[in-house]
Design a protein around this ligand. Structure first.
Ligand SMILES: [Zn+2]
Length: 193
C-alpha cells in the first residue's frame, strides 16, 4: 500500500526526475477524480493504471473512495494489486470539490469517448473548474470512457478544446485535440436529435 502526503508532490522543482514527475501527475489526477464526484461511494475512474507488471501496460483503471468527512483518499487499481491512500489533499489545486452549499447539477446525458480522447481532455491547460469536474468524473466502462454531461457543459468543453487546438503548434498534439473535438461534436449533434 502506497501512503502519500500530497504536500510532498506540490510545486515540484523543474528538474525533478521523470518517475517522480509521473507519480505526482498520477496522484493529482486521482485527487481530481475523487473530488470531482460526490463523496461516500467507491467508483471506477477513467484514469489508467501506470504500472507495467511483466513489462506489459496494466489494463486496469483507478478506483477511488473519498469519505464525506475530510480523510485520506483511498485508491486501488481494478486489475493489479496497486493501491494507496493520499492525505493532505484538501485545498490543493487538484481539490475540485464544489464550494460549500453548492450542489452538482444532475447530468443525465452520457457521452462515450476513446481512451485517447480522454487523455487529450486531461491534458487541456485552460479548463475552468466546471469543465475539469466534467472530465475527471469520467468513468471507465466496457463501452469506453463515459462522460456524464448535458448539452450546455459539453458545448463549453468543446470551446476549450477548440481554443487549445487553435493555439497548438505541435502537429501531433493538434491532431489529438482535433480528434477529441470531433468525438465530442458527434456526441453533441446526437444529443440534439
Ligand atoms: Zn494496475
Amino acid at each position: 500500500m502506497m501512503v502519500t502526503d500530497l504536500q510532498h508532490f506540490v510545486d515540484l522543482p523543474a528538474d525533478v526526475p521523470g518517475p517522480a514527475r509521473s507519480l505526482a501527475d498520477q496522484l493529482h489526477a486521482i485527487i481530481r477524480a475523487a473530488t470531482a464526484e460526490k463523496a461516500g461511494m467507491a467508483w471506477e475512474t477513467a484514469i489508467a493504471c501506470k504500472r507495467r507488471p511483466g513489462r506489459q501496460r496494466c489494463p486496469g483503471h483507478i478506483q477511488v473512495f473519498r469519505a464525506d468527512l475530510p480523510a485520506p483518499i483511498e485508491w486501488r487499481c481494478s486489475s493489479c494489486a496497486d493501491e494507496g491512500v493520499i492525505s493532505n489533499w484538501e485545498g490543493s489545486y487538484s481539490d475540485l470539490r464544489l464550494p460549500r452549499g453548492e450542489r452538482a447539477a444532475s447530468q443525465t446525458d452520457e457521452v462515450v469517448i476513446s481512451e485517447e480522447a480522454f487523455a487529450a481532455l486531461r491534458d487541456l491547460q485552460l479548463l475552468d473548474a466546471d469543465c475539469e469536474r466534467l472530465v475527471y468524473r469520467a468513468r471507465a466502462t466496457e463501452r469506453g470512457v463515459v462522460l456524464r454531461t448535458d448539452a450546455g457543459d459539453l458545448d463549453e468543453l468543446m470551446g476549450f478544446v477548440a481554443a487549445e487546438a487553435n493555439h497548438e503548434s505541435n502537429p501531433r498534439r493538434r491532431r489529438r485535440l482535433d480528434a477529441a473535438f470531433d468525438a465530442l461534436y458527434e456526441a453533441f449533434k446526437a444529443m440534439d436529435e
